[in-house]
Design a protein around this ligand. Sequence first.
Ligand SMILES: Cc1cc2nc3c(=O)[nH]c(=O)nc-3n(C[C@H](O)[C@H](O)[C@H](O)COP(=O)(O)OP(=O)(O)OC[C@H]3O[C@@H](n4cnc5c(N)ncnc54)[C@H](O)[C@@H]3O)c2cc1C
Ligand SMILES: *[C@@H]1O[C@H](CO)[C@@H](O)[C@H](O)[C@H]1NC(C)=O
Ligand SMILES: *[C@@H]1O[C@H](CO)[C@@H](O)[C@H](O)[C@H]1NC(C)=O
Ligand SMILES: *[C@@H]1O[C@H](CO)[C@@H](O)[C@H](O)[C@H]1NC(C)=O
Length: 495
Amino acid sequence: MATWILWAAGALTAGFASVFTTPTNNGGSLLKQLNPLLSHEAQIYLPGSEGFVNATTRWGGATTPTFTAIVKVTTETDVQHTIKYANAHNYPFLAISGTHGTPSTLNNVRDGIGIWLRDMNSVKIHQDGTSAKIQGGIENGKLIRDLWARGKQTVTTGCDCAGFISPLLGGGHGWLQGRYGLPADQLISARVVLANGSAITVSATSHPDLFWAVRGAGHNFGIFTEIDVKVYDREKDQDSWAAMGLTYTHDKLDKVFEIANEWLDEKERDVKLTHYGTIAINPGLDPNMPIFTFWIYWQGSSIPSKYTAPLQALSPISTDFSVTDLAGVNTHLAAAYGMPACWKGFSRQFAPVSLNAWPIANLRTLLSLFGSMPSVFHQASFVLLEAYATNRVGEIAEESTAYPDRGGQLLISPLLGYAPNTTLDDVARRIAKEMRDALLEGTGEKLRAYVNYARGDESLEEVYGYEAWRLEKLRKLKREYDPHGRFNFYMPITK
Ligand SMILES: Cc1cc2nc3c(=O)[nH]c(=O)nc-3n(C[C@H](O)[C@H](O)[C@H](O)COP(=O)(O)OP(=O)(O)OC[C@H]3O[C@@H](n4cnc5c(N)ncnc54)[C@H](O)[C@@H]3O)c2cc1C
Ligand SMILES: *[C@@H]1O[C@H](CO)[C@@H](O)[C@H](O)[C@H]1NC(C)=O
Ligand SMILES: *[C@@H]1O[C@H](CO)[C@@H](O)[C@H](O)[C@H]1NC(C)=O
Ligand SMILES: *[C@@H]1O[C@H](CO)[C@@H](O)[C@H](O)[C@H]1NC(C)=O
């Protein structure tokens, strides 16, 4: 396994002591006033409690919203009461499910009320077997397992411990998207609690404009308590996933990505093929330069030699191969429960860019920037190079949802990781941005930044698309459904 490369390991003993503060008077009155309105299973957690620590310990240590209290909600009505209370008492509020969100805009939550949805995590398959009702706080890994055990699957994403709904609200990218489209394309309807605490159903026939908007810009509009999504039967010939990882020294970079570009150029890209890469530093393998790993994920039990042979011919330092299932792909990526991608405590800075072909000369520049960054970043940083199958994603009309980048083939992002240290935050952000600039250089492309990896300082066009009609439509809906900007903490459409 090449997992030591990804999400570079090393136990980190982060001090979470700072969240153990004394309950404030505000917290006390909140407890007295809001508690009686909530359901029996709901709970209010104040600073110092275990529930508070659980809900506020984030995946990225540089993401630092602060909270007066956490409300563990278990019903839609709990969410409504909490929002109404927050509005009446001038508290900002923030939904929390997977804690993986990282844009710097989340840091604008000061002394807010956290709405902790993690206990709303049930999955119910509807009678006809083609859709399921899923609650708003479910983790991706639980959803994969709950559906699989009942002979089903949907377009889930690559990390077990991230939420499912929040990725979907930004479009989402995941293993089965080549067959079925983005996670957002699976949405049939949603129960949404709006900024004023009203709860509505959003679907193709109920608030259709908002239904358009939540599939790509959803974080701006409400808290999703439950959604109906399409699910698909597991099929015997599609149940297995073959995974191959090849690790190379830097000098093979051009040749490997030339091969990958040929795959992207194929007229009929195979829906079974996802390729993926990371650049990382491993002094044991190369003391001077970063190394890189290239993965092939193939939906089937053996990868055609057409794909593997040319890569093996380039003499990787190491190769691994396994045949697994849908959940096992996340394990192969070291992104399953308990694995490095799920460890909390490191500070992390993304700088995403979407492209349509691997920019080989720019990848080379990136490699040298990566090799020359300060050593504090060496252990836990890498560059994500993701190429999911896009067949079905591109067939769906671009204007049919707010997701703006159906033509994009590649998600690339440096991810700088380091032990939490605020003096390093700006350094890491600067370096990550330099890397992104280098990736775009000379491509003639405008920056397209995937909203779910966004830094927080991108323009609206970069995140939500360059077409004027798109932004106009989003702004209009924002004025209508969130006139006071209560949902302005995750890449807000209006400031
Ligand atoms: C290790 C890792 C792996 C990833 N893998 C993938 C991947 O394979 N595919 C992909 O597309 N993305 C991936 N991402 C990006 C991911 O989509 C975002 O980080 C996403 O915001 C995580 O959602 P969360 O619920 O875990 O985080 P949270 O921080 O809890 O939520 C993120 C945002 O969504 C809001 N939110 C949460 N729950 C709700 C709700 N029920 N209703 C309304 N708003 C809500 C929050 O208020 C916050 O603004 C990955 C990220 C990481 C860190
Ligand atoms: C906090 O998280 C731990 C680990 O997941 C869990 O065992 C514990 O029950 C949680 N506590 C609360 C109050 O939610
Ligand atoms: C934070 O990073 C700076 C710059 O590298 C370093 O000088 C300082 O010692 C670090 N602080 C901690 C607590 O590690
Ligand atoms: C809440 O907001 C929605 C959308 O703007 C609006 O239709 C509804 O009337 C509002 N409800 C109340 C009680 O103000």
